[in-house]
Design a protein. Structure first.
Length: 102
C-alpha cells in the first residue's frame, strides 16, 4: 500500500521536494532574543555531561593494561581458561548482532 499526499511527499526520498525557508526570528538576529528566555540544566544533566566528557577524554586503549598483559605473555605467565573466554565471546557476539556494540 502506498500513501501519497501533500504531507508525505518526499519522505524517505532524500532532499525535500519543497524548499525549506528560515523562520523570520532566525533572520532577525540576536535582537529577537527575549531576555526572559533561559535554560536550566538539572544536577543529573550536569552529571551526565561530566561523565560524557570524561568518557570522551579517556584513551580508547588502556595502555597500562596492554603493557601488563604483554609482559605476562613474554614471561609465559599469562593463562586464560577457555571456560572464561567462551561465555564472553558468546555475549559479545549477541551484543554485536543486536547492535549494542560498535
Amino acid at each position: 500500500m502506498k500513501i501519497r499526499d501533500r504531507y508525505t511527499r518526499g519522505i524517505g526520498l532524500g532532499a525535500p521536494s519543497v524548499p525549506v525557508r528560515k523562520r523570520q526570528a532566525e533572520d532577525a538576529g540576536p535582537s529577537s532574543v527575549d531576555p526572559s528566555d533561559h535554560v536550566s540544566i538539572s544536577e543529573r544533566g550536569r552529571e551526565i555531561q561530566r561523565a560524557r566528557g570524561l568518557a570522551l577524554a579517556a584513551p580508547e586503549i588502556r595502555q597500562e593494561l596492554v603493557d601488563e598483559i604483554v609482559g605476562q605473555l613474554e614471561r609465559g605467565e599469562y593463562r586464560v581458561a577457555g571456560s572464561d573466554v567462551v561465555p564472553r565471546m558468546i555475549r559479545e557476539h549477541w551484543m554485536l548482532a543486536a547492535g549494542a556494540v560498535r
